[in-house]
Design a protein around this ligand. Sequence first.
Ligand code: NI
Length: 177
Amino acid sequence: MSILKVTRLGHPVLRQVTKAISVKELKSPAMQKFIDDMIETMKEYDGVGLAADQVFSSKQVAVLEVADNPRYPNKAKVPLTVLVNPKITPLSDEMAEDWEGCLSIPDLRGRVPRYTSIHVHALDRVGKKMDFIAHDFHARVIQHELDHLAGKVYLDRMRDFTTLTFLQEFARYWIGK
Ligand code: NI
């Protein structure tokens, strides 16, 4: 496995809409290795999720895992999940605001409104259909990653930029707010 370079905001690949992949391509050794590399890269940088376009591949693949994470402490755990060609539907109009950061937008964090409950349809890494409901931070992470796959970043979803903060100032002025 290898740790991949993570794109930063400004690289055009982050603004492209990613393409769905076929089950045949998904099952190829190259794609399976790429997924392993995505997982290793996410863990290396303490991410809770990573989308393929963040590592220069414009394909509909995302990985996520919420474990003991220093960037997001005290969050409910989510097992390691690979989402291929994912689609989401909100279960209601209810939204909540919470802090998000992004490995492609280093050192910043801001409050982003997201649906609190979503229905997720996707394939897993071997092409099996997945269908589940996600709530709260789990739903937030999935919405963040699916935005990447659609060429969007969390800044696009903020209501305004008054909460946009560097991590050092976050720890000093905003924590717990
Ligand atoms: Ni991100």
